[in-house]
Design a binder for this molecule. Structure first.
Ligand SMILES: Cc1ncc(COP(=O)(O)O)c(C=O)c1O
Length: 313
């Protein structure tokens, strides 16, 4: 989808103009994929805009950087403050926020350790990732997710998204909204940019971290909401065929939020409509982020931007 621009981008501690946020073609990241990044949503609420789970996202950025031995140079508190400052400076809410740290210009060769680290944060308007409310038609991808001890899936690294691109391109070219990848052992892993949940017999299942998933922040939010709603939750390795016999299935993610699956490989998930457990979790999620229910978990960091219409429901 086309990128909508805003006025400012945060770069290494100061605001610069959107069009000045440029890098050299010989930067390490361009050649070797050496970036880690985050994606957050800032929601509009009647009582003011709020960034969803800001510290958790910035902590994951720092964790991803640590895995790749990349010194970010900013603390958790500084990164959170920078995101708030940027959203307020640009005055756009609801919006999507994209912090990124990468290896910049000055060194050539695979070893990144001497290449400088650049940190940027941008924000821009972004609506629904999977269009419509009819649910997503997905396929099981012919591509596997990252094998253990190859590319660390707990790091949200730019390079991991070459695998995601293969999954997503194949799905869209074949007429699906999204693809679900199996892990290297043939167990369910996740979508190209979403975690996966299934319901069978009143139990909510999701794939654990050992099946090559990103530890999604929406995923942990869904698990918290489910436990609060007294829905039994099981994190375990799941065989592919659970997709075809489950009662409900949905994706979770910052971009996809909570999106139910209508079909998998053209097999309807139950009757294709959103099931009761998905509906209950989704309703609770949107009530909290859109401010129609109190933020009882403290998930939203307030930002001073005039509130526009809530999105996503
Ligand atoms: C591969 C992958 N899995 C899962 C997710 C969901 O994670 P989160 O809920 O933190 O956005 C994302 C989105 O960032 C992703 O790219």
């Amino acid at each position: 989808m086309p990128l909508e621009t805003t006025k400012n981008i945060w770069h290494n501690g100061r605001m610069i103009a959107w069009e000045d946020a440029q890098i050299h073609v010989m930067s390490h990241v361009v050649h070797y994929g050496s970036s880690v990044f985050e994606g957050l949503r800032c929601y509009a609420r009647p009582n003011g805009a709020g960034i969803f789970r800001l510290p958790e996202h910035m902590q994951r950025l720092l964790d991803s950087a640590k895995i790749y031995r990349m010194p970010v140079g900013y603390s958790l508190e500084e990164l959170c403050a920078a995101a708030v400052e940027l959203v307020e400076a640009n005055g756009v809410a609801p919006c999507y926020i994209r912090p990124i740290a990468f290896r910049g210009y000055g060194e050539i060769g695979v070893n990144p350790l001497k290449a400088p680290v650049e940190v940027y944060i941008a924000n821009f308007p972004w609506g629904k990732y999977i269009p419509g409310n009819a649910g997503a038609d997905v396929c099981v991808s012919s591509w596997n997710r990252l094998a253990p001890n190859t590319m660390p899936s707990l790091a949200k690294a730019g390079a991991n998204y070459m695998n995601s691109q293969l999954i997503r391109m194949e799905a869209e070219i074949n007429g699906y909204d999204e693809g679900i990848a199996l892990d290297v052992n043939g167990y369910l892993s996740e979508g190209s940019g979403e975690n996966l949940f299934l319901v069978r017999g009143g139990i909510l299942y999701t794939t654990p971290m050992a099946n090559s998933v990103l530890n999604g922040i929406t995923r942990t939010s869904v698990l918290t909401i489910a436990r609060d709603l007294d829905i039994p939750v099981v994190e375990q390795a799941l065989p592919r065929e659970m997709l075809y016999i489950c009662d409900e299935a949905f994706f979770s993610g910052t971009a996809a939020e909570v999106t139910h699956l209508h079909s998998v490989d053209r097999v309807l998930v139950a009757d294709g409509t959103m099931g009761p457990i998905t509906s209950a979790i989704r309703a609770e999620f949107f009530a909290i982020v859109n401010g129609t229910k109190p933020d009882r978990y403290g998930w939203l960091t307030p930002v001073k931007v005039p509130a526009a219409e809530p999105v996503g429901v």
